[in-house]
Design a protein around this ligand. Structure first.
Ligand SMILES: Cc1ncc(C[n+]2csc(CCOP(=O)(O)OP(=O)(O)O)c2C)c(N)n1
Ligand SMILES: [Mg+2]
Length: 750
């Protein structure tokens, strides 16, 4: 049935072109298609060609699938009027595209003589390693030269970063920072009519309006390709206009009618966006031909009459008629164009199908997590100029400060951020309450006063937007350091990290990157403030993200070094990193006894940095076991180690992992072998973080034969008040676990 629909639509176009009478008069290419329109006859014919290319690619995608040569059949058929947008934007206006924006892509490629969009699309359809954007990792619209970053299949997830890119471009201009784009560039973001209801889309559109309301330019053109359907569910008639047609801080334009009317409407929208730097929403009515995708049996939820009635609205037939009746083209020429495109695309498809595929795991994963250690170390170990530091810190150069002699973790992070902001003009710090208030825990206190509200700023209350801004800023060459106020709220916007930020390099073969260091305040043990959401002790969702770096300091001086390391790897290798700051240790001063000041440390001067894999070991060689831990658990382990020695004569070394993803397996193996017994003290909930599991299985798989065990938090949400201790990992748990392992006496019961 479906194939017959493809044939029927193809035949209807041919039939229309064969039956149209020749034009009464001919326009020259420079003539307006109709009097008063900005669309010339020549451009209109080019547009038609772009649309036919897109259409034929859709047909051939299905043929390739039937021959088991292609892997993707979601088509742009019926959406080809979006080519107008491709023609009216400049090739350096970044585009974040809907999967049906094929016409737009064809028209855009026309502006770049080096591009062969037919071959590029076919290579993507057959998942060839020669596909110039994803090398076969996904079928996407994407092209480095055309400023089209690849999009994932997650509908609407690209909207926050599109807004972020528009925002970041304006912010760079305000700060006088260079970007790869001209000053008057605008961003385009297309999506479907059902996708617009998604939280991510609403977040992105809201953020654009909000920023505009606050006086920040946000030059973004939202393009809603409205076919009235989301797979099988129809969008209520008039819904898009009703949702977006009359909103402050968003210009709304309908681009409907004949091709020249669409052209003039879109030209107006682009002009408003470019000149006024305001968000503009364009609704482009379209029709969906041939179901959602090749595998979708549309007749299961729509009648043949409905399907046929949509086919009557084929934009290609409408445009062909307009070209002929206006005199822009002769029917036989347009028919020849269609037929010529069909044979060209089919020939090219044969060639594309013979091109190589990615065959090795190494090739597939090459762009996932680039790590050039030398360049990362060089980046991480730079220092601001001495005079600049004197101007910033005055007498209080952090490593020379005598009173207070040493600093808490929060103060170390604050000082390290200052040093990095000082030497990196492209670095931005932003999030909820980070500016005027200086962060809920005062970690960013004073940064806005020192570096200005252009570089250190409060965002609206939406984690999705925060990470969208980070992606946009990273994409344009800045070094964003967004803050997520609590670990629990990362989950709110996890897709922006998991599906988008961390996957960009993979799906663009390393051609686009969005370096960033996401600061996250997290983990448990806060005294006097609590409940689960401020004491979330699971990092499983972050450790699960391919290519994401995750570091968690246990002490202040390491925090400064780790932060520098993450920034270095982000800057040099384009990586996405997460810096998990243990809230309960932010202001902790003591290690063993109240007032001992054992958890205050000297500030490591700029230049001292830690890269992935670098761990810290406490204690001397000759020990009965090694306790492996991190963050709060590390401090608990040091306290437990002192009790083990004093009360039981058991000598423990303590290893600080520092890096939770990737885990420093080799170091753990080394110290496990050296000590002969290993206890993992994992403060994450038992099955939530995967740290203890991963380390223990790695030891077994690598032939470690000695005793090994773990102590972990309970598999529970964290309750309020003192009851929290019932589910969290405790010092007693570590002592007991160590004694069990070392064959000693159990500690006194908890
Ligand atoms: C977050 C997410 N949920 C569900 C899907 C599955 N899905 C793919 S396309 C689609 C419908 C999208 O409709 P619309 O936005 O109108 O775009 P259209 O396909 O009609 O052009 C759905 C539900 C998805 N890709 N991503
Ligand atoms: Mg739709």
């Amino acid at each position: 049935m479906l194939e017959r629909r493809v044939e029927a639509v193809e035949a209807a176009l041919d039939e229309a072109l064969r039956s149209l009478p020749p034009p009464a008069h001919r326009l020259s290419p420079e003539d307006p298609l109709v009097p008063g329109s900005g669309l010339t006859a020549g451009r209109a014919v080019e547009l038609f060609e772009d649309q036919v290319r897109s259409r034929v690619l859709d047909v051939v995608a299905r043929e390739l699938k039937q021959q088991n040569l292609g892997y993707y059949t979601i088509s742009s058929a019926g959406h080809e009027q979006n080519a107008v947008v491709g023609a009216l934007l400049r090739p350096n206006d970044p585009c974040f595209l809907h999967y049906r924006s094929g016409g737009l892509m064809m028209a855009r490629a026309r502006q770049h003589p080096g591009c062969d969009p037919i071959m590029d699309t076919l290579l993507s359809l057959v998942a060839s390693a020669d596909d110039p954007i994803a090398q076969g990792r996904h079928k996407v619209w994407g092209n480095r030269a055309l400023w089209v970053p690849p999009q994932t299949s997650t509908i609407a997830s690209h909207v926050p970063k599109a807004t972020g890119t528009a925002f970041a471009h304006a912010r760079a201009r305000r700060l006088g920072l260079p970007t790869p784009l001209p000053d008057d560039a605008i961003v385009c973001c297309s999506f479907g009519d059902a996708s617009v209801n998604h939280a991510s889309a609403l977040a992105g559109i809201n953020a654009a309006r909000y920023s505009h309301r606050r006086g920040s330019p946000v030059p973004i053109l939202f393009l809603c390709e409205d076919n009235g359907l989301g797979i099988s569910v129809d969008t209520p008639r008039g819904w898009i206009r009703c949702m977006f047609g009359d909103l402050p801080h968003l210009r709304y334009i309908e681009a409907d009618g004949e091709i020249d009317q669409i052209w003039d409407a879109v030209a107006g929208a682009v002009r408003v966006c470019r000149e006024t730097r305001t968000p503009v929403f364009v609704r482009l009515p379209t029709v969906r031909l041939w179901g959602h995708a090749g595998s979708d049996v549309e007749s299961g939820y729509r009648t043949l009459e409905q399907i046929r009635s949509d086919e009557q609205r084929d934009p290609l037939v409408r445009n062909a008629r307009r070209l002929v009746t206006t005199g822009a083209g002769a029917p036989e020429d347009l028919l020849a164009l269609v037929e010529g495109t069909r044979s060209r695309v089919r020939e090219t498809a044969k060639e594309a199908a013979s091109r190589p595929k990615l065959v090795t795991r190494a090739d597939v994963m090459a762009p996932l997590a680039p790590c050039d250690e030398a360049s990362a170390r060089a980046e991480a170990s730079g220092a601001p100029a001495a005079e600049a530091r004197t101007a910033l810190f005055g007498e209080d150069i952090p490593e020379r400060v005598t009173t207070p002699a040493r600093r808490t973790l929060a103060a170390h992070i604050n000082a390290a951020l200052r040093d990095e902001l000082l030497r990196r003009p492209e670095m931005l710090v932003f999030g909820e309450d980070v500016g005027r208030k200086g962060g809920v825990y005062h970690v960013t206190a004073g940064l806005q006063q020192a570096f200005g509200s252009g570089r250190v700023f409060d965002t609206l209350l939406d984690e999705t937007t925060i990470l969208g801004v980070a992606q946009g800023a990273g994409l344009l060459g800045m070094l964003p350091v967004p803050e997520i106020q609590y670990l629990a709220y990362v989950h709110n916007a996890l897709d922006q990290l998991r599906g988008e930020a961390a996957s960009l390099s993979f799906f663009s073969s390393g051609q686009f990157t969005n370096p960033m260091v996401v600061r996250v305040a997290g983990l448990a043990y806060q005294k006097g403030f609590g409940g689960h959401f401020h004491n979330d002790n699971s990092v499983g969702a972050l450790r699960d993200i391919p290519g994401l770096l995750l570091a968690a300091p246990s002490r202040g001086d390491d925090a400064a070094r780790l932060l520098r390391g993450l920034l270095g790897v982000a800057k040099a290798n384009g990586r996405v990193g997460c810096f998990l700051e243990p809230i309960a240790l932010y202001h902790e001063k003591d290690l063993y006894e109240p007032g001992d000041g054992g958890w205050l440390f000297d500030y490591p001067p700029p230049g001292a940095a830690l890269l992935p894999g670098e761990v810290r070991i406490y204690g001397q060689g000759d020990a009965d076991l090694v306790i492996v831990s991190y963050a709060n658990g590390l401090r608990l382990s040091l306290r437990a180690a002192r009790r083990l020695e004093a009360d039981h004569g058991v000598r423990a070394r303590v290893l600080d992992l520092r890096w939770l993803s990737p885990l420093p397996f080799e170091a753990v193996r080394f110290y496990a072998e050296a000590c002969g017994r290993v206890l993992i003290a994992d403060e994450c909930r038992a099955t939530g973080g995967g740290i203890a599991e991963a380390l223990l299985s790695d030891l077994i798989e690598h032939g470690y034969g000695g005793p090994a065990a773990s102590v972990r938090a309970a598999d529970s949400y964290v309750p309020l008040g003192p009851a929290a201790a019932t589910v969290l990992l405790s010092e007693d748990d570590i002592v007991r676990g160590a004694l069990d392992l070392a064959g000693g006496q159990p500690a006194s019961p908890a």
